[in-house]
Design a protein around this ligand. Structure first.
Ligand SMILES: *Cc1c(COP(=O)(O)O)cnc(C)c1O
Length: 227
């Protein structure tokens, strides 16, 4: 099933309107919130439609899939911004540094080492976010909240990284609000400005709690095909 340009544009307008309303209600400026369109697993014609409507910031969770989709489009879309929002294996660091403008899932020292090496080799420095495991879930990536200050210090002192933001994915079974509030508190306490939080089901809540970017997939593109 294809989505017409008008249908994508309508969905996007709706999401942008909701972001604006949530920002206004929280006394924030809507222009401080970036809409990241999560394009993972979406068919190519929907990507073309997204680009045609002016969407420029995209999130992907797999390096290989993102490279296949986006590498050839860079030339035609010079203002494209690609964000890695999924877990990164150290052996894909160089590919990730080469492709992405922002890596949102820095979550361990070993990965920092691999990224540093790749950045020096390629002389390219993507902006970095640290993923925080706000729910302290065993199966989820991210730095535990109480370990964040030491981790950030190590990123600065040992690697020379200036960390732009924090990112979280709340546990599915929890109300998201308290997790977003925690991430905002952690950022304030550590002097970090950007917060990547909120997905299709809870991006308005995230904006209320201070998100500077929201990662919206299905509410923008439609459901991801399961095949
Ligand atoms: C898939 C994904 C999203 C988007 O999910 P939707 O519910 O489709 O909006 C956001 N963030 C991350 C980390 C994801 O993997």
């Amino acid at each position: 099933m294809t989505l017409s340009v008008n249908e994508f544009a309508a969905r996007r307008n709706d999401v942008l309107k909701r972001i604006a309303a949530a920002a206004k209600a929280a006394g924030r400026d809507a222009s401080a919130v970036t809409l990241t369109g999560v394009s993972k697993k979406q068919p190519d014609d929907r990507i073309a439609e997204a680009l045609a409507t002016g969407q420029r910031v995209f999130g992907e969770n797999r390096v290989q899939e993102a490279e296949t989709r986006w590498a050839g489009r860079r030339e035609d879309v010079p203002d494209l911004e690609l964000r890695l929002i999924g877990p990164l294996q150290t052996n894909k660091s160089e590919q990730a540094v080469a492709l992405f403008d922002v890596i949102e899932t820095l979550d361990r020292v070993k990965l920092a080492k691999a990224l540093k090496k790749a950045m020096e080799k390629l002389n390219k420095h993507p902006r970095l976010y640290v993923q925080v495991n706000t729910g302290e879930e065993d199966q989820k990536a991210g730095i535990a909240p109480h370990e964040l200050p030491a981790f950030l210090k190590q990123m600065r002192d040992e690697f020379g990284f200036s960390i732009e933001g924090l990112m979280c994915i709340p546990p599915v079974e929890d109300p998201a609000g308290p997790h977003f509030a925690l991430l905002a508190d952690l950022a304030a306490a550590t002097g970090i400005e950007k917060l990547s939080m909120g997905m299709s089901g809870d991006y308005e809540t995230a904006v209320k709690f201070g998100a500077t970017s929201v990662r919206v997939g299905s509410a923008l593109f439609g459901e991801r095909p399961t095949a």
